[in-house]
Design a protein around this ligand. Structure first.
Ligand code: GLV
Ligand code: MN
Ligand code: MN
Length: 446
């Protein structure tokens, strides 16, 4: 009779892990072909044909691996595995949409890592015969990036009850196509009830350079920055670029250009790197070479760890924009948009990530997220854990975004550990929807 020695079974399980890692990398790099750009990026904006390709791939993967696919009314995709009838679900995931000419890793890494983490949970449950407390589902949130349809973090915010479903279905892109029409056009206008969440975990690229600089494997997010957008509508008067007297012009683009500079320069009123501020979107009308622009619509994005800094910058910009309007004798409307409070993640979740990293023999540090994430919305509804892997050079939202295969594999191991603890009941005792807005870490955790 032959019995497997412990040595043999360790060898067998480490070769199974290696082949699962290899399968993960193959799938990750395959998904990067949907919307691939010339310089190793992706352009896979929400509800485009490229987004549909990545969604169809995820559906095929799920069905091939014995998961059930649900699509809700805002187009969030849930890949569900029922382990305990009628129990709620641990959700893990991120987003497959990208910015225009964006990177391969932002979002897609978190979704594909979550698929493999869920598969490992499924296999471990089957092998061990131990019943977990909760079910597990991988989620591809609709429109995290907000490049085509604003605001960002849309699907998870609808799920978390922060945004109204009908209002979001009515949002239009710059061509006038609504979310509802775009969902129907690619067949992802779902009618399924989404799974009820008990907790949430997400892994993502850092998008900054702290982990790289400190040679640390994993970041765990303690809090998210205070962020807000300013929707700025500069309303001048259309006229002839050649024939109208200079003194008679009310040029929306000249006024708009001064606003762009004001938004960039306001950071100089604060300590280095304390405030992030840029105009991202900029639409000029009528955009003809022979016409003085009548309108410039722009969106400025202001972010800081300290809510008072964003509020002070906003006040300064309001004053400066009022003087620019006076100087050019034009109307400028400024509205607050997409304001997100500073938010803390549950300490128990941070500790859970630290334990998972220790189990994997890796290094970890706590940090804040400056970028927005679906976990920020989900943290309003259930306890959430947000983790990062290093980003080379700290760049993202561009084709140059990069994370090594080794770092992605490390993150997958940590996410699998965290997901295993969550299905076994970790974090479920935390108060539902516990959030700490606008306090210091010490106050929030007192
Ligand atoms: C999205 O990527 C954000 O940072 O808000
Ligand atoms: Mn992202
Ligand atoms: Mn992004």
């Amino acid at each position: 009779m032959t019995t497997a020695s412990p040595g043999t079974s360790t060898a067998a399980s480490s070769s199974a892990a290696a082949s699962s890692d290899a399968a993960f990398l193959t799938d990750f790099h395959h998904v990067a072909t949907f919307g691939a750009t010339d310089n190793d990026g992706v352009d896979r904006q929400a509800l485009t044909l490229e987004d549909k390709q990545s969604r169809d791939w995820m559906r095929g993967w799920a069905e091939g691996n014995g998961f059930e696919v649900r699509v809700d009314a805002i187009g969030n995709m849930f890949v569900c595995l029922e382990l305990v009838p009628d129990a709620p679900y641990v959700l893990i995931g991120s987003h497959l949409d990208s910015q225009p000419l964006g990177g391969r890793f932002d979002g897609a890494y978190g979704v594909i890592a979550a698929l493999f983490a869920a598969l490992r949970v499924k296999e471990n449950v089957a092998e061990s015969g131990q019943k977990p407390r909760f079910n597990i589902a991988v989620v591809n949130w609709f429109n995290e990036e907000g490049g085509r349809f604003a605001p960002s973090i849309m699907g998870s915010s609808v799920y978390a009850g922060l945004f109204d479903l009908d209002e979001m279905l009515a949002v239009q892109d710059l061509e006038g196509t609504s979310v509802a029409e775009a969902l129907a056009a690619i067949g992802y206008n779902g009618t399924d009830a989404p799974p009820e969440a008990i907790s949430y975990a997400e892994i993502h690229i850092e998008q900054g350079r702290i982990l790289e600089r400190e040679a640390t494997n994993i970041g765990v997010v303690e809090s998210s920055w205070y962020t807000q957008k300013l929707d700025i509508d500069v309303l001048g008067e259309q006229s002839h670029t050649g024939a109208t007297a200079m003194a008679d012009r009310h040029d929306a683009l000249v006024a708009g250009a001064k606003i762009v500079l004001a938004v960039a320069d306001v950071v100089n009123e604060f300590a280095d790197e304390a405030l992030m501020s840029s105009v991202g979107q900029h639409v000029v009308e009528p955009n003809s070479p022979i016409v003085v622009p009548r309108r410039v619509h722009m969106v400025a994005d202001l972010r800081s760890s300290d809510p008072d800094i964003v509020k002070a910058a906003r006040d300064t910009l309001h004053q400066q924009i009022a003087s620019i309007a006076l100087e050019h004798d034009i109307t400028i409307k400024v509205e607050d948009f997409d304001v997100r409070g500073k938010l803390y993640f549950p300490e128990t979740g941070v500790e859970l990530a630290e334990k998972a990293v220790a189990n994997e023999g890796l290094s970890i540090r706590r940090l804040e997220t400056m970028a927005g994430h679906d976990s920020v919305a989900m943290n309003h509804r259930v306890p959430a854990v947000m983790m990062f892997v290093p980003s080379v050079d700290g760049v993202s939202h561009c084709e140059r975004e990069f994370t090594t295969d080794e770092d992605m594999i490390r993150g997958l191991g940590v996410l699998t550990n965290v997901a295993t603890e969550l299905v076994n009941g970790e974090l479920s005792e935390d108060r539902e929807g516990e959030v700490w807005v606008g306090k210091s870490v010490a106050e929030a955790r007192a």
